[in-house]
Design a protein around this ligand. Structure first.
Ligand SMILES: Cc1cc2nc3c(=O)[nH]c(=O)nc-3n(C[C@H](O)[C@H](O)[C@H](O)COP(=O)(O)OP(=O)(O)OC[C@H]3O[C@@H](n4cnc5c(N)ncnc54)[C@H](O)[C@@H]3O)c2cc1C
Length: 350
């Protein structure tokens, strides 16, 4: 779990939630705050000032670090965590006493609950346990993936650079002042073996335009290809089972929203549970699915839009390509369009 390299951009709302949970001390010591992002295309680079447009910033702090901090807090509180539970099954969530069964180290276990929070990711058992007839799936697959490379090198710039290039999107991102994360759009059927480090760095240099002069290259410490997709399962509640995060929805990573959406689901769900236990009110629980989905769909829209704006789509004809360039031109020439991007990028309010 701690070895997977994923999200790195936290919205202010996510940082606030970590603060409320008392797990943001290390984040405040080590994270990097970004007030803007860069967009490069046609050989030029333009800055979108997030802070000026919204008064807010984003925080660069790896998902693995967030997981570390949460696990440390659980350990300190003496709360048990079961890793790699096998044969997990959920029962009776249409009642007030659902059951969770699993197998660990050759022994069967059973937990009786008031509620089950299904936060077990896209491949977890929670969504798969929901009755098929009650579930509606919305899905879009994109005809490309992201080839990601992590290296112990100084990032090419102080802020993230999103690159539109006719041969494909690129992203210059980072985990710290000494650790860089770069991505290249690649065909879905591409293989890591076809991308030795030298080829990756050459292609990145070719795509990123003016920033290439400052690119520091070095050996990769991780390389992987991730497909891009949009996915939403509705509703997010089935009796006493509540879905949250990737268990219910996936966004393409272009808008940096996946982890942040998981956090906003947790915000709505934890509020609802607090209301239930402190005030014996079910209002928050009853509103959970609708509240969470309303924010999910706005993030789905933004992530789809950023993906459509910045990637090269193999099926696009000359007209579609001109429209894409016109949209980029419009965005970077219009303070209002930039403010709209900024508002979504830093995260819509809960
Ligand atoms: C390349 C890439 C880049 C990304 N960049 C960003 C970004 O910049 N910003 C952003 O916000 N998001 C980003 N994301 C998305 C983000 O990583 C996910 O949306 C986020 O991890 C969702 O969190 P989650 O807790 O819902 O699911 P997960 O992170 O998948 O966590 C689910 C957990 O449940 C555990 N689990 C499941 N079944 C069991 C079991 N049987 N026993 C024990 N444990 C179990 C899993 O081990 C896992 O740890 C990116 C994703 C990718 C692939």
């Amino acid at each position: 779990m701690l070895a997977r390299i994923r999200a790195g951009v936290l919205e202010q709302t996510t940082v606030d939630l970590l603060e409320q949970a008392g797990v943001a001390q290390r984040l405040h010591r080590e994270a990097i705050v970004h007030d803007g992002i860069e967009i490069a295309f046609g050989g030029t680079q333009h800055r979108i000032d997030l802070k000026k447009a919204t008064g807010k910033s984003v925080t660069i702090y790896g998902q693995t670090e967030v997981t570390h901090d949460l696990m440390d807090a659980r350990d300190e509180a003496g709360l048990p965590t079961v890793f790699e539970a096998e044969q997990v099954s959920l029962h009776g969530f249409e009642t007030d006493q659902p059951l969770l069964r699993y197998r660990k180290d050759g022994r069967d276990h059973e937990i009786t609950c008031d509620f089950i929070a299904g936060c077990d990711g896209y491949h977890g058992i929670s969504r798969k346990s929901a009755p098929e007839a009650a579930l509606r799936i919305f899905e879009r697959e994109y005809p490309f993936g992201w080839l990601g490379l992590l290296s112990e090198t100084k990032p090419v710039a102080d802020e993230l650079i999103y690159v539109h290039h006719p041969d494909g999107f690129a992203l210059c991102s980072m985990r710290s002042h000494t650790r860089s994360r770069y991505y290249l759009q690649c065909p879905l059927d591409d293989h890591i073996e076809s991308w030795p480090d030298e080829r990756f760095w050459l292609e990145l240099k070719r795509r990123i335009g003016p920033a290439a002069a400052n690119l520091v290259t070095g050996p990769s410490i991780e390389k992987s290809i991730a497909p891009l997709r949009s996915f939403v399962a509705e509703p997010m509640r089935f009796g006493s089972l509540f879905l949250a995060g990737d268990a219910a929805h996936i966004v393409p990573p272009t808008g940096a929203k996946g982890l942040n959406l998981a956090a906003s689901d947790v915000h709505y769900l934890s509020d609802a549970l607090r209301e239930f236990y402190q005030e014996r009110s079910r209002a928050g629980l009853d509103a959970y699915s609708q509240r969470a989905l309303s924010r999910v769909w706005k993030a789905e829209r933004f992530s789809w839009w950023m993906t459509s704006l910045l990637h090269s789509f193999p099926q696009n004809d000359a007209f579609s390509r001109r429209i894409q360039i016109a949209e980029l031109d419009y965005l970077l020439g219009s303070p209002m369009a930039m403010a709209s991007l900024a508002e979504n990028y830093v995260g819509l309010p809960f």
